[in-house]
Design a protein around this ligand. Structure first.
Ligand SMILES: [Ca+2]
Ligand SMILES: [Ca+2]
Ligand SMILES: [Ca+2]
Length: 254
């Protein structure tokens, strides 16, 4: 009887310990999706990007993809919008295990005017220790330009909870490819509702709050035009992301 009680107490102590550890997971932590990643497309074709066209020449910022292994993806659930880029090398330094001092960035056009973007989100290795950033582009000082600066910082998240790097299991870039993934909370995205269409331009950057230099996901075109580079419009919500099957650019619908 006594030993049974002791076992019961020990079980409770163990349960309390487990609950303590479960409760100590940082707020905002989430698991990245293992399926449901929608490849980004242009005119219905998965976006690809050649290797070796990045500047400076750093494999971890070289966006790569071919028709079998698309270069970029998006996913969504009830809480987060997820971004994924395929890279020719590891974006994480083997020395300090931090993301290297570049930014992996997506610009979102959410207002049906394809000559401007409204939101910038980035996995930012330039910030010491790294962060995931969300900015608003409130002034278009360069019309239809990919490298227009985003003026207003909205929020940022810890890399430990909102970003990851993992082996992509492909070798499009010639060596082992990697994915850089990051997540932004739906609750923090101003002006973007679930299942509202939006377009993206993604790439790697040498600066925060701006998609400049690095490597833009663009079939290797090198175009500086936002409207010429933007992907097909996507709609994302609790159940994931899809394309607008009726209206190609997503903005003419009712
Ligand atoms: Ca590239
Ligand atoms: Ca716009
Ligand atoms: Ca601007």
């Amino acid at each position: 009887m006594k030993s049974t009680s002791m076992r019961a107490i020990c079980a409770r102590v163990l349960l309390c310990g487990l609950l303590f550890f479960a409760g100590s997971v940082p707020a905002g932590a989430q698991t990245f999706p293992t399926s449901g990643w929608l490849p980004l497309t242009q005119s219905g074709i998965a976006l690809t990007d050649p290797s070796g066209d990045e500047s400076p020449a750093v494999p971890g910022i070289d966006i790569v993809g071919d028709k079998n292994d698309p270069a970029a993806f998006i996913a969504s659930d009830a809480s987060f919008l997820y971004f994924r880029l395929r890279l020719a090398g590891n974006p994480v330094s083997p020395i300090n295990h931090h993301f290297t001092s570049y930014a992996w960035t997506c610009l979102l056009d959410i207002d049906a005017d394809p000559t401007s973007y409204e939101l910038l989100t980035a996995l930012d290795g330039i910030t010491v220790g790294g962060s995931v950033d969300l900015y608003q582009n409130t002034t278009t000082s360069k019309a239809d330009s990919i490298d227009d600066l985003a003026e207003v910082a909205i929020t940022s998240y810890a890399v430990a909870t909102n970003a990851e790097s993992l082996s992509a299991g492909t070798a499009v870039g010639g060596g082992a490819d990697y994915f850089a993934d990051w997540a932004v909370a739906w609750a923090d995205l101003p002006g973007l509702s679930k299942l509202a269409p939006f377009r993206l331009v993604c790439g790697s950057s040498t600066a925060q709050a701006r998609l400049t230099a690095g490597d833009v996901l663009d079939f290797g075109s090198g175009s500086a035009s936002f409207s010429a580079t933007a992907v097909d419009s996507v709609l994302c919500g609790d159940g994931g992301c899809t394309y607008d099957a009726v209206f190609h650019d997503g903005f003419e619908g009712p």
